[in-house]
Write a protein that binds this ligand. Sequence first.
Ligand SMILES: Cc1cc2nc3c(=O)[nH]c(=O)nc-3n(C[C@H](O)[C@H](O)[C@H](O)COP(=O)(O)OP(=O)(O)OC[C@H]3O[C@@H](n4cnc5c(N)ncnc54)[C@H](O)[C@@H]3O)c2cc1C
Length: 234
Amino acid sequence: MRPSRYDVVIAGGGHNGLTAAAYLARAGRSVLVLERQDQVGGVAVSARAFDGVDARLSRYSYLVSLLPDTIVADLGLRVELRPRRIASYTPAGAGGLLIDDGDTARTAASFAALTGDGRDWDSWQRFYAAMGNLARRIFPTMTEPLRSRAELRALAGDDATWVYRRDESLRLPRAQTFVLTDDGIPYLRPELVFLFKAKAMRPKDELDFVTALPRLDLPWLHRLLDPNHPWLRT
Ligand SMILES: Cc1cc2nc3c(=O)[nH]c(=O)nc-3n(C[C@H](O)[C@H](O)[C@H](O)COP(=O)(O)OP(=O)(O)OC[C@H]3O[C@@H](n4cnc5c(N)ncnc54)[C@H](O)[C@@H]3O)c2cc1C
């Protein structure tokens, strides 16, 4: 029979709710998970997405790369995860951009075919390597209490990549980085995107910036961008 009292009640049976419930139960607590839908799993569920096609696909979360091995081991999960060789394919231009983690030459050729020279490939390799180094140091802390920004920065040991070091002005409160649609759906403030473009000053972004300028919230932009910025003078 169901108990009438629980040590912990969790609203929502997404993967975080289920994981928390499993850990609490293992620690001897009685737990009730309340889920409003017919199934648990939240966004991380697979479903037969297409009528007549007997294939189960993830409808939203498509990578399980953030599931730490520690949790799999702690909870005795019977799940086998396999890395995929093709990291991504982005339809763009005539042939798209293919990132093949098993074939560097193929990825380099895909970059060259799309961008016409090796510069983007070089930049991307540097970025990928920097992110890899950062992830190898930070990821193991995900199952620990959240560290402070200063602690994480020290752990990362790579000040060149640490974004906050790059531009203090981009340390904005969350409410200033998002705006809402009429339906209340949050999206990234366009001014922020254009701020990044203006600060990086890549020639290819200038036309975008100047064209969008009349539609942007100029007072917002002016607080963060040098009023003498050349793109503001056009
Ligand atoms: C489009 C998209 C793509 C993503 N891709 C990835 C990816 O590739 N890899 C990755 O790691 N992460 C991805 N994420 C993020 C990941 O899906 C979420 O971080 C994760 O699902 C959060 O889990 P959760 O348990 O906190 O919440 P959710 O999965 O959102 O689950 C919340 C649950 O709570 C239930 N609920 C809500 N309110 C109530 C209520 N009042 N009463 C009862 N039940 C309630 C909901 O029905 C739902 O089942 C993606 C997210 C989106 C939207």
